[in-house]
Design a protein around this ligand. Structure first.
Ligand SMILES: C[S@@+](CC[C@H](N)C(=O)[O-])C[C@H]1O[C@@H](n2cnc3c(N)ncnc32)[C@H](O)[C@@H]1O
Length: 285
């Protein structure tokens, strides 16, 4: 009997469940939809649709990659963040939902959505932090910097695809070394994994997220030190610094920032109640 969308979906979900993946049906639906060029809804409402040999091969190829622990977002090349779709490249971190905590924390501190805030995103990756903020602040302008040329290029493509290229400049550089102006907001999700613990991360992270996006040096805090040292010349008086933290890094990160003339305001928890974002402010003039 010929394959149908319904039987293809059931087989993929079964293979994922048997291999121990959580939410096998949801994953299978996204995978089958992408392989067949359908929306997830079309997959759901047309289970009787025939699946030809070529399409079945495409589903099987994507399924093999997921079963080999390549994250579904990498396989599909896209990830949703802040309700926006971001294309990924091998040079970009796969944006994580907890990073939305940084976006929320910043927006909660910007009183006027229509103001022309200037925003700097250090280690922009796919551009998710900067572009999520710009999508909420139509008069704002932002600069995103990444040391990986492929990440800066991906962020530029994402800005264009989201219609935000007029508000964003994306460039390659070593943190803020080439940045010579001040900003109202500086955000960062720096690499914060201690070098020697990278080997213990799950294969999905260790093998598919770029090393440059993970490695925070011997104690995981090298990038915070580099960024904190530049804040006095980057932040406007009263300007906000918001950065993602690894679990348990709050106190150490606060100590680093306090040594550079910014006032630590506190932490914002993610949905798992882990302090995920540190907020600091440059003293008003
Ligand atoms: C944890 S990832 C965050 C990416 C993105 N902001 C996000 O939240 O998904 C850290 C990013 O910092 C970049 N990076 C590492 N070292 C850097 C440096 N010295 N200067 C600029 N960017 C750097 C990496 O390439 C990576 O894109």
């Amino acid at each position: 009997m010929a394959d149908t969308v319904g039987s293809t979906l059931a087989d993929a979900a079964h293979a994922l469940a048997a291999a121990g993946f959580d939410e096998p049906r949801r994953r299978a639906r996204r995978l089958v939809a992408a392989a067949l060029g359908l929306s997830a809804t079309e997959v759901f409402v047309h289970p009787e649709r025939a699946v030809g040999e070529r399409d079945a091969e495409r589903v099987a190829a994507l399924l093999r990659r997921v079963l080999a622990h390549e994250p579904l977002s990498r396989v599909l090349g896209v990830r949703e963040f802040w309700g926006l779709e971001f294309s990924l490249s091998p040079d970009t971190l796969d944006p994580r939902p907890e990073t939305e905590t940084v976006v929320e924390a910043v927006l909660a501190r910007l009183p006027e959505r229509g103001r022309g805030y200037r925003i700097l995103d250090l280690g922009t990756g796919s551009g998710c932090l900067l572009l999520a903020l710009l999508s909420e602040l139509p008069a704002a302008y932002g600069v995103g910097v990444d040391r990986a040329p492929g990440a800066a290029a991906a962020a530029r493509d994402n800005a264009a695809a989201l219609g935000l290229h007029g508000q964003a400049g994306l460039m390659c550089g070593d943190w803020a070394a080439a940045v010579g102006v001040r900003f109202d907001v500086v955000v960062a999700n720096p690499p914060y994994i201690a070098t020697e613990t990278i080997a213990q991360l799950s294969p999905e992270v260790r093998e598919f997220d770029p090393h440059l996006a993970l490695d925070g040096g011997a104690d995981g805090l090298e990038a915070y030190r580099a960024i904190a040292g530049a804040l006095p010349r980057l932040l406007a008086p009263g300007g906000i610094f918001a950065a993602e933290l690894g679990a348990g890094q709050g106190e150490a990160a606060a100590g680093i920032l306090a040594g550079h003339g910014v006032v630590v305001e506190g932490f914002v928890d993610d949905l798992a109640a882990i302090p995920r974002c540190i907020i600091a402010r440059m003293r008003a003039a």
